[in-house]
Design a protein around this ligand. Structure first.
Ligand code: PLP
Length: 397
């Protein structure tokens, strides 16, 4: 992460193509657009890259997760199991469709613990949302088995693991639906954007219609389109899709750089016996967007994070103390601080969070440091960073 670091001529060319020859909107205006359909082209590239039958571009990763849930029929009163360590978009999207987020522990993969998932299943459970955090994945084998045994949907949030694979299948393509973000800090970027991928044609058609007010997209007269069901506006613009079109062609190049930089840092840190690394499920290949490691205690992780900052080692996150990614700091969710009244189902459904503790998640997140892998580092810079990190950690242990 992230693609914007290597933003250049290819991206400018695609954007200028829209400005000079196309139109800014992805639908309609057929006569004016001179055959330019950047969003459709990017969707075809997404299908090819992520080996799925269908891809629907939307305006963000948050929109992608919301559209995926709606397209699969998740709604009022349904429970969706999600991890304690993720981004706020997970519970936002679940609540946006009227469903109840059921937060469960993570394990040393830093993603859903299958045992915790199994324990959380109730007759109301409609879906499990696995979030492939920080470049690596959940135990898809175990999660798929649980979901099919209970007839529950498996939705993959692969926003932070673009390009990772599991048993040679791209992350996002394994569950019933997969979601990506192409916001400014993701491995490939549109500026803002996202996508839903699926092999299920009904879910795809639902996503296509739902993300554009329920329009059926039949014919070339938008005003004549009918609405098989209610929708919303989660559309992407042609300008954003144009940026993504240039970026997706560079994904193999970005992944190779991530892999190289990750391995230099990992090799250096592996020389410290007290350090262990996150576990990657068998058959999994990380996207190498982050390097995640565990220190022996919470206090040591806090000291190392502080010292990294003081020594100019940026992009290393201790999520235990971070407001964005871990349950511990989500008071606005626990206190249900909403600008508008929430449904009684959501209010009662979330009461458990007022008292629930997650010692197992604390055990992993408290000791974890997650280091962003940049694309723009020179070989010298990565090596210098690796030695500095080792020096700082050894000074604290
Ligand atoms: C795991 C995860 N899911 C969803 C999102 C939401 O993506 P967006 O910022 O495009 O709405 C993010 C963004 O950081 C994310 O990290």
């Amino acid at each position: 992460m992230p693609g914007f670091e290597l933003f250049g001529d290819a991206e400018r060319k695609e954007v200028n193509d829209v400005l000079e020859n196309g139109v800014l909107m992805r639908y309609g205006f057929d006569g004016m657009r001179n055959g330019h359909w950047k969003s459709k082209e990017l969707e075809a590239q997404l299908q090819y890259t992520f080996k799925t039958n269908h891809a629907q571009l939307v305006s963000s990763g948050t929109a992608a997760v919301t559209v995926a849930l709606a397209s699969a029929g998740v709604g009022a009163g349904d429970e969706v199991i999600m991890p304690t360590f993720t981004f706020v978009a997970s519970f936002e999207s679940i609540m946006a469709v009227g469903a109840i987020p059921i937060l469960v522990d993570i394990d040393d993969t830093l993603t859903l613990d299958p045992i915790a998932v199994e324990k959380a299943i109730t007759p109301k459970t409609k879906a499990v949302m696995v979030v492939h955090m920080c470049g690596s994945m959940g135990n898809m084998n175990a999660l798929q088995q649980i979901c099919s045994a209970h007839n529950i949907l498996l939705i993959e949030d692969a926003c932070q693991a673009i390009g990772g694979t599991y048993n040679n299948k791209p992350l996002g393509s394994i569950g019933d639906l997969g979601c990506f973000s192409f916001d400014y800090v993701k491995t490939i970027t549109c500026g803002e954007g996202g996508a839903v991928i699926t092999n299920n044609e009904t879910f795809y058609l639902n996503a296509d219609h739902f993300s554009d007010h329920g329009h059926d997209h039949i014919g070339s007269d938008r005003g004549a389109e009918t609405h098989p069901f209610l929708g919303f506006n989660y559309r992407i613009s042609e300008l954003h899709a144009a940026v993504g079109l240039a970026q997706i062609k560079r994904l193999p190049e970005f992944l190779e750089i991530q892999n190289k930089n990750y391995n230099i840092l990992r090799e250096a840190l592996a020389s410290i016996p007290e350090i262990t690394f996150r576990s990657v499920p068998e058959g999994g290949e990380e996207s190498y967007a982050f390097l995640n490691f565990f220190l022996p205690t919470l206090e040591i992780a806090q000291s190392v994070t502080k010292s990294f900052k003081e020594n100019g080692i940026d992009g290393c996150f201790h999520y235990f103390d971070n407001n964005w990614h871990y349950i511990r700091k989500w008071d606005h969710l626990k206190d249900l601080k909403s600008l508008f009244p929430l449904s009684t189902e959501i209010k009662t459904g979330l009461e458990y969070l007022k008292t629930k503790e997650f010692p197992q998640s604390d055990h992993y997140i408290g000791r974890n440091i997650s280091c962003l892998i940049k694309l723009s580092w020179t070989g010298e810079e990565v090596k210098a960073r690796a030695s500095k990190m080792v020096e700082v950690i050894k000074g604290i242990l």
